[in-house]
Design a protein around this ligand. Structure first.
Ligand code: CP3
Length: 342
């Protein structure tokens, strides 16, 4: 499996491609499955439907990897926090804002309630051919905590940052719960058949430099160590969006096999500073994919010129957006494969 070999041995060659949030509303076949499921969480917990959603983009575009269809917020849900996804508004949670609020979280529930998701992993692994990798994932403790504390997405993650300043000890207990639950979850995904795992720290960029070590790097390092102890050969990709100043430190201090770069990071810096240390993954602007045409061609060209001679996985710099025309995705795959072929 070329995708996994690349992450293990870092030998440059044909550039694999997959896209963050590749299963989703831009696909008409996803919208049909979504309508059958009722709620978004029902979709995540109904193996038959979640398997279908996972496989749809691979079937349509021939990506080199499938990513498990689930969400980073299943962890608060299985811990016992109330979570819902409101159409057009995004996730809503019953906020946990202080130490007494932590009492409602029950770590014992985690793996039992995640069984349907683990079943999705094993069924997808069976359905995929041997050349297509299956990526498992979870949210990084910091990012998941920002939703648990605010009760929704926030532009500045203020509620979590405030708790962390006011009472770092109890906030750290929340982070501990998330490190522990996420580690068990990732290990269980690997045991069910995931070939690699990705950790999404979508809100890492909101952390001040002084807090970055404590709430981004340290929890991710503990999580990765817990995975490595159980599954030393399984590659880990860390994507810390907006934390460009910290990518080299993540590469040094967490030492993941793959490091995701967001749209804002220069590909030349990624080549010089990150490729010697890890496989780089990224970073086409999702809006260049919406625009298509010259913007798409130029974007792919620039990225491939800088990064394709080193260890590299083509991806977006953040998740694909619902407005993306499906033809543009097919064209992107074609452009990357043509370039990679010489
Ligand atoms: O295709 C894939 O990548 C696999 C599935 C996946 C989803 N969410 C499905 C989803 C993955 C890997 C995620 C990760 C995720 N979820 C992140 C980290 C990556 C990122 O994009 O930053 C975050 C922050 C979330 C939390 C989340 N889930 C939000 C903020 C939203 C609402 C906004 C939106 O994009 O719709 C979701 C809902 C969600 N997760 C959808 C999908 C397909 C859309 C829900 C629907 O179909 O109604």
């Amino acid at each position: 499996m070329r995708f996994i070999e690349l992450l293990r041995d870092r030998k440059p060659g044909p550039v694999p491609i997959w896209l963050m949030r590749q299963a989703g509303r831009y696909l008409p076949e996803y919208r049909a499955v979504r309508a059958r499921a009722g709620s978004f969480l029902d979709l995540c917990y109904t193996p038959e439907l979640a398997v279908e959603a996972t496989l749809q983009p691979v079937r349509r575009f021939g990506f080199d990897a499938a990513i498990l269809f689930s969400d980073i917020l299943v962890i608060p849900d299985v811990l016992g926090q109330w979570v819902d996804f409101v159409e057009g508004e995004g996730p809503r949670l019953e906020p946990i804002t202080d130490a007494p609020g932590l009492a409602q979280l029950d770590r014992e529930r985690v793996l039992r309630h995640l069984e349907p998701v683990l079943e999705v992993v094993s069924r997808v692994r069976t359905a995929l051919d041997n050349e297509t990798a299956l990526i498992g994932f979870c949210g990084a403790p910091w990012t998941v905590a920002t939703y648990m504390v605010a009760g929704h997405g926030t532009p500045d993650q203020a509620p979590a940052r405030l708790w962390a300043y006011r009472d770092p000890k109890s906030f750290n207990r929340l982070i501990d719960i998330l490190v522990d639950s996420s580690a068990r979850y990732l290990n269980a995904q690997i045991e069910a058949g995931a070939d690699a795992v990705q950790i999404f720290d979508t809100w890492a960029g909101g952390l001040p430099a002084t807090e970055f070590d404590r709430w981004c790097i340290a929890p991710i390092r503990r999580l990765v160590e817990a995975v490595r102890i159980e599954h030393p050969g399984v590659p880990v990709i860390v994507f810390a969006r907006g934390a460009c100043h910290g990518y080299a430190r993540i590469a040094d201090e967490v030492a993941p096999e793959g490091i995701g770069i967001d749209t804002g990071f220069s590909v030349e810096r990624a080549r010089d500073e990150l490729q010697p240390k890890a496989v780089v993954q990224g970073n086409l602007d999702p809006l260049a994919l919406v625009a298509g045409g010259d913007a798409l061609k130029a974007g792919v060209e620039r990225i491939m010129e800088a990064l394709a001679d080193g260890p590299f996985i083509f991806n977006l710099g953040h998740g694909i957006v619902p407005e993306t025309p499906v033809e543009h995705v097919a064209e992107l795959v074609e452009l990357v494969r043509r370039h990679a072929g010489g």
